[in-house]
Design a binder for this molecule. Structure first.
Ligand code: NAD
Length: 250
């Protein structure tokens, strides 16, 4: 399975969870993969799996990091960029009664603003390769839940960006899709602002609503990501795909 041979991919937030699984899966299928995250240790761990994975340490909410990423693509891959995966994300878990404007700023600066800015900077390279963009949404964008207003609002924006960009870029041969995962077992579940007891109750409540009766694995998202960025998905664009154990089926 070397469908991504000779492709170059940029995956934001590749140091853990879904981003790590996607980066390692793409590399296993032959791609050169550049990942970015704020801490070197997790990036090193991802890259240790495959010599085709390299990294840049930085915060994608900062323009200077995005410029470093594009410079790294120029230097390491002669400016070739076939695949952009906008994966880095954060999920504040707060009812509006407790939410601060800092929660809003943090969620929207990463989940929305950084996704837009990375895309704007990467687009000239992606268009030159007739490449593809894959955004990470969430089942929450269409199946809302209490305490997640900032997150589901941000992901609803991501889904609409995906559809509009797909229309705008179709004649350039650039496909744009999104994956909307359900509950996937990653660090995102460990970094909420809730107390441990409230976080456990929140998690159990979500698991109870999943027809499969379990959380998903990052690799189960990476499997679909690898298909969507490959030539096998050559007529697939502007679409949002669930990987959610039927959570969003109702
Ligand atoms: P995760 O916390 O393991 O991964 C998020 C990654 O983004 C981390 O590696 C983190 O270091 C990185 N990151 C955060 N802020 C950053 C910044 N400013 N600059 C650079 N990197 C940054 O969680 P995950 O579950 O793997 O999340 C990946 C994507 O999947 C996110 O967009 C998330 O919203 C989405 N998602 C996850 C779930 C789930 O249940 N895990 C469900 C729906 C959607």
């Amino acid at each position: 399975m070397r469908e991504l041979e000779n492709r170059v991919a940029l995956v934001t937030g590749g140091g853990s969870g879904i981003g790590r699984a996607i980066a390692q899966r793409f590399a296993a299928q032959g791609a050169q993969v550049l990942i970015v995250g704020r801490k070197e240790g997790p990036l090193q761990e991802t890259a240790a799996a495959d010599e085709k994975i390299s990294y840049v340490v930085g915060d994608v909410t900062k323009t200077e990091t995005i410029e470093q990423l594009i410079a790294a693509v120029q230097e390491r891959y002669k400016g070739r960029l076939d695949i952009l995966v906008n994966n880095a994300g954060w999920c504040p878990v707060q009812p509006i009664t407790e939410l601060t404007i800092q929660d809003y700023d943090k969620a929207f600066s990463l989940d929305v603003r950084a996704l837009v800015e990375v895309t704007i900077h990467a687009l000239p390279l992606i268009r030159a390769c007739k490449g593809t963009i894959l955004n990470l949404s969430s089942v929450g964008a269409t199946h809302r839940a209490p305490n997640l207003s900032m997150y589901v609002g941000a992901k609803a924006a991501v889904e609409n960006f995906t559809r509009v960009w797909a229309m705008e870029l179709a004649r350039d041969g650039v496909r744009v899709n999104a994956i909307a995962p359900g509950a996937i077992r990653t660090n995102i579940w460990n970094v909420t602002d809730l107390s441990p007891e409230a976080a456990k109750a929140h998690e159990e409540g979500i698991a109870a609503g999943i027809p499969f009766g379990r959380f998903g694995r990052p690799e189960e998202v990476a499997n679909l990501a690898a298909f969507l960025v490959s030539d096998e998905a050559s007529y697939v664009s502007g679409a949002i795909f669930a990987v959610d154990g039927a959570q969003g089926a109702s």
